[in-house]
Ligand binder design. Structure first.
Ligand code: 26Q
Length: 806
């Protein structure tokens, strides 16, 4: 797989620099080199891209479309080099000419087209689909602004726009000739044909062009290049032509232009609470309509088959309910544009669409006001209404035992359209993203639907691409693994299990330890550069990196820090293994309490980091602007992975898998995929604490937990809360009253106090365990060994064989 020698690659760089950028190597900036290397990669992948797509055309098998409002891809140059088999030679060539590869790769602006877990999952899935040589396509929106950039000023989060397209994005290709019209608003006319059937036509709709930009998805050294198609909203050509001089028409036109381009303007930055914003609904329909029309056009082009057999060639996976308008949109096209009757169209739709659920948090469920859908998408609303009518009638007649539940099951109720219900009723598969999560769906949140459609529900435990999250981000660990067990694990991540044989092998353990130390050193340098704080590389790097949410309980973590600080103040000679607590998290801009927690973390840091009595035993670091690229730096350096959500709340988690794969030990609750991690590594190789999901759910149902009791009886807790309330932390007395009140007067809805004691105890175990280097390393290796299961290759194989049948 050595296409180039180092010398040949250097020559190639030289040649490209002069021809493409008219500059000599000596004068080339890092950016010049970035663009030139991207261009070499594009030359490499373009023929494979064409071949792959050509093959799919003549291919008779079904193809999958992964529909998602988010694809959190991060940077692509290094992973594309890796997957093309050029990373090593490129790195060598760059070093040969005296350049640092990392300095060059970081010239790519992160594509931050996602909020967090759900968007990153979509990106990992694309990588696995291509690497497993499966015919699959991603479909999303080309937001002009990705997720905001976070700055912290005096502990406060400030959001800055992320204009990621400022400079040329080398990976995209605009496909003007494949643009598709999407229609909004207008009115629907119904007309009876001579055969008695109804015909629908639309009038005075607002037209928007969806212009595709294709991004290659490179499979791992297998010549496959799939496509991620990102749609951009533009004004239709005929509407920009008629313009001449300024008139009222002209301003109307400018206004319209503006509102059209807004559709792909920015990514909504919330990921936990639903707000029914019209622009968001427009985005969702825009994605769905463009994608489905594109699919149907291609089907008609490539196959000489009636649309009644669409399901033989196409399956659409919808990433949460955000694209669930796919159900009525596919119905609409099949009936109004392709002439199928209801029964035929419904048969096709419910064999094509599959739905993944990512949350059971009720505040996150999408429920759109009827009036909004009716105005924006009148025909779509009629179809949703009809689906609802037929569905409710079906229950009435076929499931008399569920008659009383019809109001809870209905798709339309209380003047709202319940998108999860639409997605369940209109699909053939409903899956959760970890075993516990799927069980909760089946037995609690979607119990009645499970009774109706038991065979529809299934579990697909999430995964992460081990190529990016191990091979690419941790090359030294990868090398050590390969030296021990050979290279097969790269193509078959389950083979990592062979590492178990090395869990007592001194030289191997020492090697692993050395790699971790080097990674910690690199992170320590970055921390120093970004925050000015020096951290002890020998300390435990205790990491919590994820979106900021009450249920993820960053608060519990910082309470632990405050507790340790208080202990040290009482007894400065306390024998404590030095710790560095590392946080990174963005809060949704409107999430007040989350922002308060960020402020609290900074406040604690500003006191702890500079207090001489602590004597360097504690450091608290908050790294701003958490994104994929920052995660890539932190994860290889983690000793402890904090996965401490209130049990039942975290559908799966994927950061837990990434850190495990890089040898961190998890401290966590029995929630999401933590449970599956624990089942693999065993109780001795993980630190589990706290309430279990059924206990949490019982407390919610029956009460019985009183936060104030803990405040009154546990001195440690009382002290911390009083410090927040009475402003002992710094000068501003009132700063953390909201947190104080939320816990004591809203009865601690996420059980921070209830889990405080067991959490502290777990950390005491961690502290003791870390002192025994050898056994710690053994635990670390055990975690890496079992992490193969969490490769998204495993997840995608399950989707492919059990849902997609490809
Ligand atoms: C919905 C409507 C309007 C605006 C925004 C949204 C929205 C956007 C993003 C709602 C939710 C999200 C993202 C959810 C998410 O990331 N969920 C996480 O998904 C991961 C992958 O399955 C899981 O590992 C996490 O447990 C889950 O929290």
């Amino acid at each position: 797989m050595n296409k180039y020698t180092k010398e040949a690659f250097v020559n190639l760089l030289e040649d490209k620099l002069t021809r493409k950028r008219r500059i000599h190597m000596e004068d080339a900036s890092d950016k010049d080199l970035y663009y030139v290397i991207a261009s070499i990669v594009k030359d490499e992948l373009t023929p494979k891209w064409l071949d792959t797509q050509e093959k799919y055309k003549s291919n008779e098998t079904r193809q999958v479309y992964y529909l998602s409002m988010e694809f959190l891809i991060g940077r692509l140059l290094e992973s594309n080099l890796l997957n093309c088999g050029l990373l090593d030679v490129c790195n060598e060539a760059l070093r040969e000419i005296g350049r640092d590869p990392e300095e060059i790769y970081k010239n790519e602006h992160d594509a931050g087209l996602g909020n967090g877990g759900l968007g990153r999952l979509a990106a990992c899935f694309l990588d696995s689909i291509a690497s497993l040589n499966l015919p699959g396509h991603g479909s999303g929106i080309r937001y002009r602004y990705g997720l905001f950039e976070q700055r912290i000023i005096h502990g406060n989060q400030i959001e800055l726009p992320d204009y990621w397209l400022k400079e040329e994005y080398p990976w995209e290709t605009r496909k003007t000739d494949e643009a598709i019209e999407v229609h909004f608003g207008g009115s629907v006319h119904m007309h009876k044909k001579s055969d008695g059937t109804l015909e629908f036509s639309y009038h005075n709709t607002d037209k928007v062009m969806a212009v595709p930009y294709d991004v290659p998805v490179v499979g791992y050294q297998n010549n496959v290049v799939n496509t991620l198609r990102l749609w951009s909203a533009e004004l239709p050509q005929d509407e920009s032509d008629f313009l001449s001089e300024p008139s009222s028409q002209y301003y109307h036109h400018l206004d319209h232009t503006h509102s059209v381009e807004q559709i792909s303007g920015f990514l909504y930055p919330d990921d936990s609470s639903f707000e029914g914003k019209e622009l968001r609904l427009k985005q969702q329909y825009f994605l769905v309509s463009a994608t489905i029309k594109g699919i149907i056009n291609k089907f008609k082009d490539e196959h000489n088959l009636p649309l009644t057999s669409l399901q033989e060639k196409v399956v659409i996976q919808i990433n949460d309910t955000h694209p669930s308008l796919a159900v009525p949109e596919l119905m609409r096209i099949l009936m109004d544009e392709e002439g199928l009757n209801w029964k035929q169209a419904w048969n096709v739709t419910t064999k094509v669409i599959a739905y993944t659920n990512h949350t059971t948090l009720s505040e996150a469920l999408e429920k759109w006001p009827v009036s909004m859908i009716q105005n924006l998408l009148p025909r779509i609303f009629m179809i949703i209404n009809e689906i609802n009518e037929r569905f409710c009638q079906g229950i009435w007649f076929d499931h008399p035992e569920l008659r009383d539940s019809i109001p809870e099951l209905a798709i339309i109720a209380d003047d709202q359209v319940h998108m999860a219900h639409l997605a369940i009723v209109g699909s053939f598969s409903v899956n959760g993203v970890a075993r516990l999560h799927t069980e909760i769906l089946k037995t609690k949140e979607m119990k009645n639907f499970y009774t109706l459609y038991p065979r529809r529900f299934n579990n697909k435990t999430n995964g992460i691409t081990h190529r990016r999250w191990l091979l690419q981000v941790n090359p030294c660990l990868s090398k050590a693994i390969t030296e021990a067990i050979g290279p097969q694990w790269v193509k078959q991540p389950n083979k990592l299990i062979s590492l178990l044989r090395y869990s007592n092998d001194r030289p191997f353990l020492e090697k692993i330890d050395q790699v971790k130390r080097e990674n910690k050193q690199v992170l320590a340098n970055l921390i120093h550069k970004q925050t000015g704080v020096t951290v002890d590389e020998e300390s435990i790097f205790d990491v919590q990196i994820k979106r900021l949410h009450e249920y993820k309980r960053q608060l519990l973590n910082i309470f632990h820090v405050i507790y340790l600080y208080n202990e040290l103040k009482e007894n400065p000679s306390l024998d404590l293994t030095p710790r560095t607590f590392i946080f990174a998290a963005k809060a949704a801009p409107s999430y007040h309490l989350a922002k308060e927690v960020i402020k609290l973390i900074h406040h604690v840091a500003s006191i702890v980091n500079f207090d001489k009595t602590v004597n360097g035993k504690l450091k608290v670091i908050f790294l701003e602007n958490y994104n994929v690229s920052l995660a890539e730096k932190i994860i290889p350096a983690a000793d402890i992975s904090e996965q401490i959500s209130t049990a039942s709340k975290e559908a799966s988690g994927t950061g837990n898998m990434k850190m495990m794969m890089n040898g961190a030990l998890t401290v966590g609750t029995l929630d999401g995929a933590n449970i599956e991690i624990k089942d693999l590594v065993g109780d001795d190789n993980i630190f589990i604490f706290g309430l279990k999901a059924d206990e949490v759910l019982n407390y919610y149902k029956n009460g019985g937990y009183v936060a104030k009791d803990i405040y009154n009886t546990d001195e440690r807790v009382r002290k911390i809360l009083d410090q927040l309330n009475y402003g002992e932390f710094g000068a501003h007395e009132i700063e953390f009253k909201d947190i104080f009140y939320n816990i004591l007067y809203h009865n601690d809805p996420y059980f921070v106090l209830k889990d405080f004691d067991p959490y502290i105890e777990s950390h005491e175990l961690i502290e003791r365990a870390y002192r025994h280097k050898k056994s710690w390393q053994k635990m670390s290796v055990t975690n890496i060994a079992y992490s193969g299961k969490f490769s998204s290759d495993r997840t995608i194989k399950e989707y492919a064989s059990e849902i997609w049948k490809i």
